[in-house]
Write a protein that binds this ligand. Sequence first.
Ligand code: G3P
Ligand code: MG
Length: 251
Amino acid sequence: MLVFAHRGASGHEPENTILAIERALAMQVDAIEIDVHLLADGELVVTHDRWLKNQPNVPTRIRDLTLAQIKTIDVGKGQSIPTLDEVLQCINGQCLVNIELKADRTVIPLLKVMDRAITDWHFQPSQFLLSSFNHHLLFELKTLNQQINTGALTASCPLDYAAFAERLDAYSVHIDIDFVNQDFVNDAHERGLKVFVYTVDNEQDIVEMHHLGIDGIFSNYPTRSLVKIAHLNSQQVPDLNPMIANSNISG
Ligand code: G3P
Ligand code: MG
């Protein structure tokens, strides 16, 4: 089971900041999930909400702001909202990155940043997983580049389970923990999709996800999750030695 640091190591540092990314890297996570919005001047920035929080005197919808304006704001511990370029430069190809698109018109600028990351910051194309609740954006991505790995987000358990993700030719389906169940997981796996579940911090939830056979979790406290998963894996009965298994089959 992979562990994605959700918004970086957001249980420890202000979410989606360089501090949260650096903390996640220090924890040697498998992957880092970040949220991306588009500014008025076309820059992609890493932040979750469409509005800035705790800015009493200014209307602060992210899409109305420029990079110069956004860089004046402290989002905690002296951190500013980073650009996607800054975050990918910081990660520098050290782990998988799940970029969640939170806004329209993000696909083209995203592809440009990814090109820079592959050329300049030691990323392989396979280290990117692009997700969104807006499935039209995922369709657009696949239309522009068939090789890109996409993750179809859902906060529901549809009647036809993971069929929507297969139709999108997605790599994975990312589902809210409140709605995942064994039927959904089995259906997704039969369609060749990975199943990643958000947001899983509670130890009992981690055990439940392990039993469901899911492929990864999004965690705000990655070290705690990595330790729990390692413990669960150590309790598993090891596979039969293939030599012995073969000799049994051939009699
Ligand atoms: O990508 C998984 C999860 O982050 C989706 O929900 O609201 O935390 O971005 P949210
Ligand atoms: Mg997210």
